[in-house]
Design a protein around this ligand. Sequence first.
Ligand SMILES: [Zn+2]
Length: 146
Amino acid sequence: MSTQNLQRIFRPAGVAVIGASQRHGSVGDAVMRNLLDADFRRTVIPVNPKHEEIHGLRAYQEVGQLSEPEGQTTYCSVCHQPLITRVSHSIATWNLTDGGRCPRCSSCCAGVFESQPGEWGNRHLPVHIGQPTGDSKRARFAKRTS
Ligand SMILES: [Zn+2]
């Protein structure tokens, strides 16, 4: 297994802190302080719909407002061909063959994909968070309700 993709986890270009806060004693404040005080040297992006600025950094209302082309692109895990590019919530390019395969090397892209992009985009879909059902190894916790 290649470790190239793990570099993005252990050496990220930046971190979005969902629930960032500067309310003393909150988890969001502790995470922000740890990143900023530890001289993280990467981009720290606070995300909190209730604030425009947190610890002197511009805060975003939701992750959909973030625009980071590299992080929003799905790459083939084998040949690293860009497969799906996104701009915010919108899909900019869709480069998968039927069955969700890479057109260059025919490797299957992890996930469940349709042959054409669905009607995703700038909209909110209600999600019901429930208890796992069926075989625990294949349990699904979230179910689309629309
Ligand atoms: Zn490929």
